[in-house]
Ligand binder design. Sequence first.
Ligand SMILES: [Mg+2]
Length: 228
Amino acid sequence: MTAYDSLILDYDGVLVTVLDSDARTEACWRAVDAVEPAGLAPDRDIVTTLASSVSPETVRELSDDLGVSSETLWRFRDNMLARVLTDAAVDGQKRPYPDIDSLAALSEVPLAIASNNQRRVVEHILDEYEFADAFETVHAREPCLDSLALKKPEPTFLERAREDIGTRNPLYVGDKEKDIVAAQRAGMDVAFMRRDHNRTRSLETTPTHSVTDLDEVVGLVTESVPPT
Ligand SMILES: [Mg+2]
């Protein structure tokens, strides 16, 4: 095995806890009035759909039903989620896993983030918990419809992170099948993280490694370095 010279990490479910879908939907519904643009009146079914991962096709169908542009609807959706997720960070519902401290052992190894979440959400929570300085670069979505085409399983965010940190053999860590596929497309080894929220998820793709916490990830990196 070639030594890993850097670590690129997914965000939700790897570095910070995930909001379960019911809590997320309820929080979105409560946030509608605060972020709703004039003339857009989404009902509960629409908010429930938008609270989860949504395809561009679904956004277009919903925006046709509402008589607004898909960009307007998407801006509403991303604003709603940004508000919900940053509020969840402030009140402690969404927070770094305690084992994030173990990454301090990799002080000589560049760390990066490649996430399908919005950049502003990722950076807000990193700032809120004072972890922003630990990561050299963050690649995540900007709040526009075009950004959906860049999401994993596309390798774009991973490739951009690797380019930024200028390393040759990063290890990627993710908690979804699409993370494994994105890493494979980028030509990177990948560690699949199993935590409580995805402990029993079945996979159709085989990751390079399987881990249960960030301590194990640190072990993979340090043990890959040949003795000098
Ligand atoms: Mg994730």
